[in-house]
Design a protein around this ligand. Structure first.
Ligand code: FE
Length: 240
C-alpha cells in the first residue's frame, strides 16, 4: 500500500509539514497522485483515484445515485481540474500531498489548492468507508479514543457534532496532532494536511455528499455513516 514519495519538493514548507506529508499524506492512502497513464497516448497526469468498491456498495446508507454524482462527477471534476492546472508547469507529476503543500496559503494558487485538496480529501473519505462498517473500533484504536475523548461514544458524539455544526460546506476529521487525537472541522476544501496534522478519518458534509439521500437532514447522514459505514481499521492503519 505504501508508495514512495519522490524527494525534491520544490515548494517552501516547514520541516514538520514536509515530514507529515511524506509520512502520512498520500502514502497512507496508497494514492500518490502520481500520473497514471490510461493509454500510450495519455500524457496528462491523472489524479482521479479508483473508488475502492462498487458504486452501489454502500447502499442503502449512501445510494449508487449519490456515489455516481459524488465520486463520478464531483470528485472527478476536482481531479481533472487539478491535472489541468499543473499540466505544463513545474508541478506536473507531483503527488497530491505535495501540490497541497505547494499551494497552501498562497493567494495566487487558490484554484490549485482547492482542487488538489478536494481531490485528496475525497480519496481519503472513500477509503474510510466500507459496506457493513461502523460497530466497535478495534481494541488499540478504542484505547486511544478512550484516552483522548473518555469513551468511544463521547468521540462519536464530538465527531458528529463537528460534522453537523460545520457552517456551510466542509469536512469533519479525526486527526493526530503528534500523539494527541483531536476532532476538527474544516471549511470548503481545507484539509488537515495543510496544517501539519495527520488525518485518521473524515466525513464530507458538503451538501453534494448527502442531499440526494437525506435532503436537508445532515445529522441523519452523519449518524448513519458513523453507525454503518465508518471503517475503524482504516483509522487504525493511519495511526501507524
Ligand atoms: Fe464531496
Amino acid at each position: 500500500m505504501r508508495n514512495p514519495i519522490p524527494d525534491g519538493v520544490s515548494a517552501p514548507q516547514t520541516k514538520r509539514r514536509s515530514l507529515l506529508l511524506a509520512a502520512s499524506g498520500a502514502a497512507l492512502l496508497g494514492v500518490t497522485g502520481l500520473p497514471r497513464h490510461a493509454g500510450a497516448a495519455a500524457r496528462s497526469p491523472n489524479y482521479f483515484a479508483d473508488l475502492p468498491y462498487a458504486l452501489d456498495a454502500l447502499d442503502p446508507v449512501l445510494s449508487a445515485n449519490t456515489l455516481g454524482y459524488h465520486y463520478g462527477k464531483h470528485h472527478k471534476a476536482y481531479a481533472d481540474n487539478t491535472a489541468r492546472l499543473v499540466t505544463g508547469t513545474p508541478l506536473e507529476g507531483l503527488p497530491l500531498a505535495q501540490l497541497i503543500a505547494a499551494s497552501a496559503g498562497k493567494a495566487d494558487q487558490g484554484a490549485l489548492f482547492n482542487n488538489a485538496a478536494q481531490t485528496w480529501n475525497h480519496a481519503f473519505y472513500w477509503q474510510g468507508l466500507r459496506a457493513r462498517g461502523g460497530g466497535e473500533p478495534p481494541a488499540e484504536l478504542r484505547q486511544r479514543l478512550e484516552g483522548a475523548f473518555g469513551s468511544v461514544a463521547a468521540f462519536k458524539k464530538e465527531f458528529a457534532n463537528a460534522a453537523i455544526t460545520q457552517f456551510g460546506s466542509g469536512w469533519a476529521w479525526l486527526v493526530a496532532d503528534g500523539e494527541r487525537l483531536k476532532v476538527i472541522k474544516t471549511g470548503n476544501a481545507d484539509t488537515p494536511l495543510a496544517a501539519g496534522l495527520k488525518p485518521l478519518l473524515a466525513i464530507d458534509v458538503w451538501e453534494h455528499a448527502y442531499y440526494i439521500d437525506y435532503q436537508n437532514r445532515r445529522a441523519d447522514y452523519v449518524n448513519a455513516v458513523l453507525d454503518k459505514l465508518i471503517d475503524w481499521d482504516f483509522a487504525l492503519r493511519n495511526l501507524g
